[in-house]
Write a protein that binds this ligand. Sequence first.
Ligand code: BG6
Length: 538
Amino acid sequence: MPTAEDDRANPLTHGTPKTLLPQPCVLVIFGAAGDLAWRKLLPAIYNLNVDGLLPSNFAVVGFGVGSEGDPDEWIRQRARDGIEHFSRQPLDEGHWADFSRALFYVEGKFDDRPAYDRLKAKLGEVDQQFGIPGSRIFYLSIPPQLVAVAVESLKSAEMVNPPDDDRAFTRVIVEKPIGHDLESARGVIAAVAHAFEEKQTYRIDHYLGKETVQNLLVLRFANSIFEPLWNQKYIDHVQITVAESEGLSQYDPKTGAVKASRIGYYEGIGALRDMVQNHLLQVLCMVAMEPPWSLEPDVVRDAKAVVLRCLRPLTDEDVEKSVVRAQFVQGDIDGEQVPSYEREVTDFFAQRNQPIPNPITTETFVALRVFIDNWRWSGVPFYLRTGKRLPKRSSEVAIQFKAVPNVLFNQHPDVPIEPTMLSLQIQPEEGLSLRICSKLPGPKVRIYPVKMNFNYGTSFGGSTPEAYERLLLDVMAGDATLFMRRDAVEAAWEFVMPILEHWDRSRARFLPQYQAGTWGPSEAERLIEADGRQWRAL
Ligand code: BG6
């Protein structure tokens, strides 16, 4: 595998200007005791350390509540546990020692002003110890309602340097969810803008850091064969699927108690807000955007924003016809019985002696058909679907090209030949495959679909870096290309609002169900079959 050093030295490395290297800084994680830091952020930083990609002067300071005993020792134990469970590369004692000596924790509440003074003092010590010039990245992995107080407190504690201070920069990363609707998203955006300028602000959507999602741009714009066909003349439709087999809770097999759960976040949020408003729409933008005229961050982000602006707004009638929501009931995944979403919610709240929501109408599955009303995509349906407790974890973008004319090999309406299909596997097996028709060997002309496959693992070896690794490095380097600009966040909310409003008005109405371990409700099948098409079997 080429290393970062090779990349820097390699004249064939294309993309963002080479001056953008990760710069010395302290990464301050707000909410470092939380699930995201444990599963993703701390393991990502550890992997960057192992791969030698971190800046030479670098440290991590967690901030939040929940530590026990010595806070630094506590976060180190938690990080070690996270790395042991979730790291892409196994824990190596040498790298661990190097990583953990630069990891600290400050206990404090986000709305407690004196806690920020303690944080500031700690950052000063860490700067001294690691030779860091006062540059900081504040990663806000906290609920959206706490963002305003956090950024205000940072500002009033004088921890936000002006945006043109390149020696001691201050940047902020805002994790999703950015609000729970358009209005609250605007509130979060405005609060952050009060303390940080747009060029200091990095709104993260980790799907944009996935190798295969980035490869969409390379595939489209570094090859000459796809782009001429990438439009309504040649493409029949596009499917974007993000399927997950996990539910929201994990149970202790011995006691049956809830061991870990995301219900506290997910209940009342649902799949549309959790996945479609951000990840699926961002992937859609990468598929559908016009070629940007350069790779400058704002040029790429302009091109993506145009796609969101061209999404055909949904009327109430459209929502009824083109959007399906559903919730999973008990079922079987890989031979294992899993409980319903309702059960997960009930157990979660009961275990905490908290009132159980009634009725439980949060959707865990969404399928929808959208149109992009511009010259390139006019009339081409984009089918999007995502769900929890589907048969397996599998995400892909499938581009189905139009059928060949009904002549020559495609004369028989009863046995149409399979149309060309380009599918890009986002995860877990990253790669792409092109399905084309071929002649079966033999004296007769018999047509058979075959696949040309490219697999990341086989071609490049090693394990593909996690999205968070790439995105954290980009923030350290000051490259905002893969982050969402405020207009994109707002445009995505604007698109989903009519759906949310329609659902709100019809809360009490029928909510379709699907059995865990199936590909969603029959309504989702009907949605696409009504157009004479079918969901891809993944
Ligand atoms: C998160 C959602 O943003 O993305 C989760 O909140 C979801 O509900 C996760 O499981 C999926 O990410 P990935 O990288 O595992 O596909």
